[in-house]
Design a protein around this ligand. Structure first.
Ligand code: GLA
Length: 727
């Protein structure tokens, strides 16, 4: 059980695995004491010594704060490191001196106004109220620690209790000071078709980190960072993981200071951010989640997976089967009509697929990506009988019907743009900057949000779709809103995300049975904010199985397999022109919510038969693959091999995937040590009939029977393991 203990001026948040401690300094400065493995008994004196905290005679004079690990450091009081908070006071100055006024254990975790956050069940919550006497600014720091995972979440709420407006220039969600820099910083970064590559580098004095100012969390950087002890690996060592539950601009930064300590900051990017806070108004930061692991990066990932599955992802979709789908994008792009789609859908149904998704190109006069976003009426040339007729036709084949939309966008070539030229983000008098020939609707406006809600709701009603792929395909530029005054223009990027969340909230509540899958040119908004609304996200536009090994492997650092949309596509692959065997494409796509992105009519009879076996296998193994405990075993970022596995909660079943990238002649067969099994149990490999002890599989390893010659590139093995009684 999670608990919050107080001893004098020290607060100790603790559960079965971890402890997190803070203390009040003389004068009410709130300092950070400890974050790490559970401590039975706190020893404040030694923790303070370790953290460089000196209680005796402490005062903020003599620049004492420059050494102090403050829990929410503000700018301007002599702490020369980067802070978490900058506010311009009514007198134009920026120093903020926050002192603790009140600390309360809360009966329940408060919801965050307008923002997704971990839900309140099964946690202990505490609030610290700090105040700057000079301005009347109050900052409430809210923390919760969960019963069932090694995680602490926190956020800050700023309230103007003064009598004049202030301007918030920076309000991060998290600051964590650690007393040494003997860590590596681990981040996820990349680009389009190369999302979430694992990057690891040693901390050095100065700044390091990642950020997005693209309007979305982005393809290029994920709102996550971890500190891993030098030498910590997948299975062992101390790791502190931090993820922001937010889908917009963010910054994740580590600063190693002159004392040799490191300060971690995570929150909304303050570049292009200001917020006017009138008297009585409040500003809520997004929530940040911290997972503390002593079992390496693997332990951190399982901690995040458990946190999201138990407390963040839409509850009705967790532990529930997801339909094996076929998406029309790579099968036909914009070139289709009702009969062609029906033909593809029938072939999909014959292969055992259960959901057919019509992707882009069905509305307005959209024969390419230059037009029609915003005009969400079916193109009568392609769909002469409308959406319902196609939906009914697909459903008559025994399939569910799903549809693609990009609701946040408008094409300059559209009826919507002609009718409402001021509905897009723009700066009056400046030329529009389009990307993929489109502009972004201004979701900070209530009338635009209503339009977006209504277009999606109408499309769902009309088509009877039980699945919606919600896409978002460009970055922000010319950021501005026609509906906001000059001194609120800096609020547009965050107001946009708040607007998006409001629409998602209403739609997912009004259509509880529709499966929403997120997408942003692939995985460009694959973050914990979106995953509060959509249980799965299209992992990448790159469907090449070898590239997917990296993309999916990196994604699992923070997110569980159940959140990743993963499809088998045609060969040669459309992004890389590489030809990978069907078995390997299958094995890799099983790493997440399984589906296809091809035209099954173009396959051979043999391949179509194989598809039937694949869909049956994918369905049979869903619970294990998507919701089992996940272990990364061999990293494509470090070698020629990729391997991962999932183990059922009772450890009676497991599924193991191995991929070798380049064929290497004259090498010993690869041996992979499995993890997470019961050492005392015997496991049968269903595909080969061999029986091994769990101890042998974990200590010696599993040898893949890879041919010494002639295996070809991109060789894969897929094994299911079942605990058996036989000796
Ligand atoms: C984006 C998505 C793709 C596809 C296209 C359609 O690129 O990531 O999956 O839906 O848009 O235009």
């Amino acid at each position: 059980m999670a608990e919050i203990l107080r001893e004098g001026n020290v607060w100790h948040l603790r559960n079965e695995w971890i402890s997190y401690a803070l203390c009040e300094m003389p004068g009410g400065v709130l300092a950070h004491l400890y974050a790490g493995p559970r401590l039975e008994k706190l020893n404040p004196a030694s923790l303070m010594r370790r953290a460089g905290i000196q209680m005796e005679g402490f005062s903020i004079q003599e620049l004492a704060l420059d050494r102090l690990p403050r829990e929410y450091p503000s700018f301007g009081l002599g702490d020369m490191r980067e802070g978490a908070l900058t506010v311009v006071a009514p007198d134009g100055t920026r120093a903020v001196d926050l002192r603790l006024e009140d600390a309360r254990v809360l009966p329940e975790k408060p919801a965050l106004e307008g923002l997704p956050a971990t839900r309140g069940e099964g946690c202990a919550a505490v609030q610290f109220a700090l105040r700057d006497a000079h301005t009347g600014l109050e900052v409430q720091l809210n923390y919760a620690i969960y019963d069932d995972c090694p995680a602490v979440v926190r956020s800050a709420r700023l309230i103007n209790r003064g009598d004049a407006p202030m301007t918030v220039e920076r309000a991060y969600s998290l600051c964590l000071d650690v007393p040494d820099a003997d860590w590596d910083l681990v981040t996820l970064s990349g680009s389009w078709a190369r999302e979430r590559s694992i990057r690891r580098r040693a901390l050095v004095q100065g700044f390091q980190g990642i950020s997005s100012q693209r309007g979305a969390s982005s393809l290029q950087a994920s709102p996550f960072m971890a500190l891993a002890r030098r030498g910590a690996d997948e299975a062992c060592g101390e790791v502190i993981g931090m993820a922001l539950i937010y889908s917009g601009n963010f910054i994740a930064q580590a600063e190693v200071d002159h004392n040799g300590g490191a300060r971690l900051l995570l929150g909304i990017n303050d570049r292009d951010f200001t917020w006017r806070l009138d008297p009585g108004e409040s500003f809520q930061t997004p929530e940040a989640a911290m997972v503390l692991s002593s079992e390496g990066l693997g332990g951190m990932s399982r901690g995040f997976h458990a946190l999201w599955e138990k407390h963040l992802l839409p509850a009705r979709w967790v532990n529930r089967d997801r339909p094996v789908l076929l998406n029309s994008w790579e099968a036909s792009y914009f070139d289709f009509d009702e009969n062609k789609l029906a033909g593809i859908a029938q072939a999909a149904a014959d292969a055992g697929v259960s959901l057919f998704v019509m992707d882009d190109g069905w509305f307005g006069h959209r024969d390419d990506d230059t037009t029609s976003l915003g005009d969400w009426q079916p193109d009568r040339n392609k769909l002469p009988s409308g959406l319902k007729a196609l939906g009914d036709r697909v459903r008559a084949m025994g399939l569910q019907f799903g549809i693609w939309m990009e609701p946040e966008m408008v094409s300059p070539d559209s009826d919507l743009f002609c009718a409402h030229p001021d509905w897009c983000q723009h700066i009056p008098g400046r030329e529009h900057i389009t990307a993929r020939h489109q502009l972004i609707l201004d979701l900070s406006r209530a009338d635009v949000r209503e339009f977006v809600y209504q277009s999606v709701a109408d499309t769902l009603h009309e088509s009877g779709a039980s699945y919606l792929k919600w896409d978002m395909n460009r970055n922000f530029s010319n950021i501005g809103s026609a509906a906001l005054p000059a001194d609120r223009q800096g609020e547009v990027p965050h107001r946009y995300i708040l607007g998006l969340y409001e629409v998602m909230d209403k739609l997912t509540a009004d259509f509880p049975d529709v499966l929403f899958e997120g997408c942003a040119s692939g995985g460009g908004r694959f973050d914990a904010g979106m995953l509060y609304y959509v249980p799965q996200f299209w992992c990448s536009d790159d469907t090449d199985a070898l590239c997917r090994c990296e993309i999916q492997y990196g994604t699992t650092l923070v997110f569980p397999p159940s959140t990743m949309g993963c499809h088998v596509s045609a060969v040669p692959n459309h992004q890389t022109m590489r030809t990978v065997p069907l078995q390997t494409r299958f094995a890799v796509a099983l790493g997440g919510c399984f589906g296809y992105e091809l035209d099954p009519r173009a396959l051979t009879d043999d391949e179509r038969r194989t598809l039937r076996e694949q869909t049956a296998f994918a369905e049979r193994t869903q619970a294990l693959r998507l919701y089992g405990a996940f272990y990364r075993l061999a990293s494509p970022f470090e070698g020629n091999e990729t391997a991962w596995m999932s183990v059922s909660q009772d450890k009676n079943e497991a599924i193991f995937t191995f991929v070798r990238d380049r064929a290497m002649p004259n090498t010993l067969p690869p041996l992979t040590k499995l993890r997470g099994l019961d050492a005392a149990k015997r496991y049968k490999i269903v595909e080969t009939g061999e029986v091994y002890g769990g101890d042998e599989l974990m200590n010696v390893g599993l040898c893949c029977p890879i041919p010494v010659y002639g295996s070809g590139d991109a060789w894969a093995a897929l094994y299911t393991l079942k605990a058996v009684d036989e000796a």
